[in-house]
Design a protein around this ligand. Structure first.
Ligand SMILES: *Cc1c(COP(=O)(O)O)cnc(C)c1O
Length: 385
């Protein structure tokens, strides 16, 4: 197994780190491409440091394996990708101040047009900008009103804006609830109705896209030019028990690790950490891990609400998680020693969706909040570092 091959690497110099398995990333890209319609391209969503995985590591590797389209949330993320020498299309999904139009042109970034007034403003800056039109079909966040065919049509004629794409975003595509499916189908139908109206106005349609990860899982029959895949690329669902139409054999790309730096016996009746939230019921062996909520491990996983894996054994988190450290109970772990690796997020019972769910959130939030001070370590295709 790859993971056991990777084992000998005990980081002498790291206290806590993110491990990225590029082999699994490559596998996921392959599986997702197979699940997509044959003329459809994978748009890799790498916003928020590639959901905490490290934007550089993820985007550079995907470029290497032939992924040519990326999506980010902000212009600064887009510029960062160009500084990393990422080639291909980079779509900014969110708002960019029109005052930064010059940078959009300079770095060859593609901007989402969030509504008509925004398009007018951007056109006025006198830079030549590539853009995708965002259409609001029911999410009611960003986008032109789906009924506003006139305004959408007129954007195609704007002098300084080149329309390369048109898209919408689904807001309940993760649910197989009957009412949610009905709502999603209305969203999809209204998007296609708009496209038909544009065709009737002799507009040559640009690239179209609708689905993000769950759009692909639950509406795989759609035939668009792109699927905007975020969370699935990283090999995980947003929540552990999500029912989906497609079941894809995806593998988690990220592990969150730290190591035992201190072992101490806590005598019966003694406490550990702030608020004395843990009191030993008998003599207990406690290990201190130098990782805390500043690294993105949620504080509400304190007090036995989670566990880490050490040497394949479960060690429950005891007491309150601190900003920079946490304590785990290792009383029952054989051969425990200082320097041993502890995995906080990995696979199976400590897979990101499970950990996220235990913390009252979703995988996406858990991962993208992993702290900047964690070093990202990638394992290559042989499972070596
Ligand atoms: C973040 C985002 C995505 C990716 O969503 P996943 O569910 O992670 O695949 C797709 N489209 C838009 C507009 C987004 O903001």
């Amino acid at each position: 197994m790859k993971s056991s091959k990777a084992k000998p690497y005990i980081t002498d110099d790291e206290r806590a780190w993110i491990e990225i398995d590029l082999n699994n990333l490559k596998h996921n890209v392959k599986i997702l491409r197979n699940a997509m319609h044959s003329n459809c391209e994978l748009m890799a969503v790498v916003k928020a440091e590639a959901y905490g995985h490290g934007m550089y590591q993820i985007a550079a590797y995907m470029n290497q394996i032939g992924v040519k389209t990326f999506a980010v949330a902000t212009i600064d993320e887009g510029i960062q990708l160009r500084r990393y020498d990422i080639l291909g299309e980079i779509l900014i999904l969110g708002y960019t101040s029109p005052a930064r139009a010059g940078e959009l042109q300079k770095y060859e970034l593609t901007q989402t047009l969030i509504d008509y007034d925004y398009a007018l403003l951007l056109n006025k800056q006198n830079y030549n900008i590539k853009a995708h039109i965002k259409v609001d079909t029911g999410m009611h966040r960003l986008g032109f009103d789906k009924a506003d065919t006139e305004k959408i049509t007129s954007v195609f004629g704007m002098k300084h804006i080149e329309i390369c794409g048109i898209y919408t975003h689904l807001c309940v595509s993760d649910s197989l609830d009957k009412e949610d499916i009905r709502f999603t189908n209305i969203q999809i139908d209204s998007f296609y109705e708009l496209l038909e109206k544009l065709k009737k106005k002799h507009i040559e349609l640009p690239k179209t896209h609708i689905q993000s990860s769950y759009g692909l899982l639950n509406y795989p029959e759609l035939k668009c030019d792109y699927v905007r895949t975020g969370v699935l690329l990283y090999g995980v669902l947003s929540s552990p028990n999500d029912k989906t139409k497609l079941h894809l054999d995806l593998r988690p790309v990220l592990s969150l690790k730290s190591k035992v730096v201190l072992l101490r016996v806590i005598k019966k009746g003694e406490s550990v950490g702030y608020g004395r939230a843990f009191i030993a019921d008998k003599n207990r062996l406690i290990a201190i891990l130098p990782i805390g909520y500043a690294d993105g491990f949620p504080r509400n996983l304190s007090c036995q609400k989670s566990h880490v894996l050490i040497n394949g054994h479960q060690a429950p988190v005891v007491g309150k998680i601190c900003m920079d450290q946490l304590a785990v109970d290792v009383t029952d772990i054989p051969n425990i020693a200082i320097g041993m690796e502890a995995t906080l997020i990995g696979k199976d019972e400590i897979a990101a969706p499970v950990v996220a769910d235990n913390s009252g959130s979703i995988t996406n939030e858990l991962l993208c909040r992993l702290g900047q001070r964690l070093k990202v370590i990638t394992t290559d295709l042989d499972g070596k570092y």
